[in-house]
Design a protein. Sequence first.
Length: 741
Amino acid sequence: MNINFSNELNPPQWEAARTTQGPLLILAGAGSGKTRALTYRIAYLVATKQAESNEILAVTFTNKAAKEMLERSQNLLNRVGTHLNEPLWISTFHSSCARILRKHIEILGYQKDFTIYDDGEQLSVVRRVCEELGINDKIYHPKMFQHHINQAKNLYLNPDQLQKKSSSSFMDDKITNVYKRYEAKMRASNALDFGDLLFKTTQAFEQNADLLEYYQNRFAYIMVDEYQDTNHVQYKLIKLLSQKYKNICVVGDEDQSIYSWRGADITNILNFEQDFPDAKIVKLEENYRSTKNIVEAASHVIKNNHERKNKTLWTSNSAGSPIQIREELNEFEEARNVVKEISALTQDENKSLNEFTVFYRTNAQSRVIEESLRSAALPYKIIGGTKFYDRAEIKDMIAYLRLCANPKDNVALKRIINVPTRGIGKTSVEKIENFATQKDISLFEALLLAIQEKVLDKGAAQKVLNFYELLADLIEKSKTQKLRELFHSVLDQTQYVHKLKLEDTPEAMARVENIEELDSAIEQFEKERALEATLSSFLEEIALVTEADRDLENNSQSVTLMTLHVSKGLEYPVVFIVGLEEGLFPSNREDSSLLADNAEEERRLFYVGMTRAREKLFLSHARTRKVWGNEQSNPASRFLNEIPEKYVQKVSRANLASRWRQNIWQNKSNLVESIPTYEDFEDNTDDSTSFKKGMRVRHPSFGVGIIHGLEGNGEDQKVTILFPNNSIKKFVAKYARLERA
């Protein structure tokens, strides 16, 4: 059957679509239409009768991507009048493996009605194993063992293989012992974890030649999307299935391999020709997404990597605006500029808020951006994460502080009675709750009384007593300690951060970073409020922030915030990448920023971020940034220096802002002329008003500042004030209680 899609695809895409026999590597640069090439290839195979629909296996990583690929392939086949005898098998790796195991897992000694445990259920099993082995969870956290078990399964290592591979150190022996007993418990429960779906399927193929041959014949044509993100067990699985006919097509871009921390192995795509010596390579290098400036700048950056194929991204799109690189004084100025640019572009170019996104390296960075957006009443949403004050670790810390302010806060106490884990189980909590209800007292009051009246058994009573004494001590300290001192007391006495570090997982370290950011937020609050920076005033502000978030969520138009790792596969007209400083991006969280492989992955992450932008790209770094209350100063990211000058416009507001503020506070003359243009506010000053631009005023909470913006007049007049700590705040004049200073 003569099917010709050549007029719908560019030449390399069409070549990829009609290359159906033998191994094929499609190197698809960012924005080059890889999904288009893949779906046309599936349709071409079926429409030309080279393959039946049930002979094709196409796998990807997300349900969304699989659904899109399936719909587009079916639409193409419907268009050319091809009827499918059976549905196409297009799904995620895990869904495909679960489907196979439901039919054949009995050969591994499991029953077909096996249960699939989620992460929480898996952790419960690991925790039980640790208890049975007498492992102290205060020293060796169960999440650490869970992390190592999952890593072993990604590497296709069973407990015996892991034992042979390990160094036989004390810690390695513990991990192996936990892994062995964990596997025995899972088998006894007829349960699989998420990693088992891939592991057990591969194991079944290796142990049963007939089963492997059946699926090799069944899937004569195999396609793998995002091949650069495959781990070792996925590589092993695909290689087994394709070794008979070798009709394997993989699509990927080694320049977008950014998930090594969760097992992705870039060598899978780099060594494809070694695995399949007869492989044909097709390069998709034309970018349809971004402007020429963005595409060429990103290409110059990624060429500094050594672990990559020889390809060059290009586009026939217009040059577009230069990439703006901004140096700001600190993270607050950086966030304010992001908001200012968004506001300007919505007004000047009539852009909707949905067209903007802000990328950052770590989740903790969202806090300052969120605050600036809230201050400007701009709605926002966070993709792949949770708003700062809604994160579990932040809510835990706030719950401790709430109890210090109000020991009768039952909700707060119930949240943290066993956080971090201190052995107070659900049964004990229920007994205390029932006792408190009978006595009509708070849970805190019930803690000690329940012990005295022997409501709890001896072991539980001692644990509850320890918790009561901890809380009582913190409540007493809250009467004399300043807010930040009290927060540090909470951290020290609960060992919350220490126990997170014991988990030794990327997720735990991200939670530590969020608590670091909360510490910075408290320090900032103390500086802004001075004598009014009390525990109750801080808790009130947090409560108001949460309520404001709910109001903003009702608006469908919103700015999008996310980490760079979440950004892959997305695109936006306007992209901001913040925090481009050495130590933050590239990250040195594990003291490895100077190692070549880590630097290359960080560079790939930056490349991914750059190539999400369609029209405008803003890159920024701050001269100083707060970490645990300490002001750190790091040089601009090395990646910024890898962008040729011809593609960028550089703006250093840090020098201008610091000189300007020095002039204002040292020389009170010519204040109006000293104000820089980067914080433009429309000046509708009414001559009859008592406020003027450049006037020194005193705010009851924030102290002395200088007016540098006025909007409106009369009862609706708004006053924008610069304070010496570099903060800028806007008030409704009639409610602000301002006095001339």
